[in-house]
Write a protein that binds this ligand. Sequence first.
Ligand SMILES: [Zn+2]
Length: 509
Amino acid sequence: MPEKIFRIYNSMTRSTEVVEPAQPGRLRFYACGPTVYSYAHIGNFRSFLTADLVLRTAQAIGWETAYVTNITDVGHLTEDDAADAEGEDRMAKALRSKEGERFANIWDLARYYANTLLSDWQALNLREPDARPRATEHVARQIRDVARLLEKGHAYETAQGVYFSVASFPDYGKLSGNVLATGLDEGVRDVVQDPEKRDPRDFALWKKDPDHLMVWHSPWGWGFPGWHIECSTMAQAYLGESFDLHTGGEDNKFPHHECEIAQAESLSGKPFARYWLHTRFLQVEGEKMAKSAGNFFTVRDLVGPESEGGRGIHPLALRLALISGQYRKPLNFTFDQLLACARHIQRFEEAADLAAQGVARNDPGEDALGEPLARLYEQALAAMLDDLNTPEAIAAAIEGAKRVLRDGRTMGGATARSAQNWLEKINGLLGIVAQETPRTAAKTAGSAAAEEAFAREVEDLLRQRAEARAQRDFQRADAIRDQLAGMQVEIMDAPEGTRWRRQISNPVS
Ligand SMILES: [Zn+2]
């Protein structure tokens, strides 16, 4: 197999470049994760899915990967994107809100939304990272980094906190092009800033606030870390001072990523990440997604069961819709398109069923699909290697499913085997054919074999439940549903059949 070339658009150099990991064949990368003050919305997931596609594409060409994505559970302030170190901690604000009433304290709230994030992650078939550090579990290291920045003269202390001195880092602005304070200035106009701040561009590394709901002891008294230092510290803790790629949403580019670079490079004197990849925003039905516009959707609004206020949409249909546009272009998410995606997912499932039935038949026949399907896989892979061109990759996948369905029930064993292998490879690349066994669940259960046994038991119960329902024995059907709930299995009834997934334990409900 000739060496594959993986190209992405590097926001740092503003050009499309060949990805060359520092260690050939081993991609080390960090993706900015969510702030867990609420359920993740579909715009958040568009950016997480880009990282997932980078991971899958790298693995598809045989690279090893070291993939880290964080959970922000303290210190991300409401005004952080516009006015540094101003506003309220999003976590504390969520606790005071109507939805926050059911939590006993802020730690319960953080744990709950982090758990729902993990279950959405699993539902949308994202592969598990090698590490998922939480900011609150790495505060000692963040304090150490802030202390080192002070020692090196890159930071200073005021009565209210510790700030990074932007003037001490001449490269500030190299990612976003934002060298003046304009981006921040406009936001700060209405907010009272720390009067001791030396430069409006300076940003908080540490906030002194003994009354905050989440506090740690530091050399500067009780308080909590700034959002930017959390990410650069965790990235360097898990991936080293320098690594290959850093990803996030386009709204992370400035100030968040600019500040991460300033901190990390001031500490190490080395380039932080060599490639930067940013996912453009998502619109819903042609408009900016906003709660006030009534077009704001969390993942569970769409894929959750109808009994819980969701729409019962197949999670893979949502995944397909969210990756249907290339990450570098704004994506207009529409319900028409989501329905079209649901039909595609149904076809992938039908193709997988037909292939499985064909393989079970004892007539090998000639392999009618091996060659055309191999060509379509190569097309899909080539598209993904070309700056994650998902529309072309998905088109090749859909074309392949069409071929499999066309041969349908007449497929001999050899053809069916090719179809099955192809579906598995396409799923590995795009994650749109079938839910992959989540690694987290396998770990809890101890082994893949235990996981399979568990799945068989669930499938068996689902079959019994379907029989009971067909016989209109609803009492028995409900009892089976309760039994499944007791096994932490969530079931989703949809017109195309019943699906299930493991629930991640929910500490508050
Ligand atoms: Zn981040």
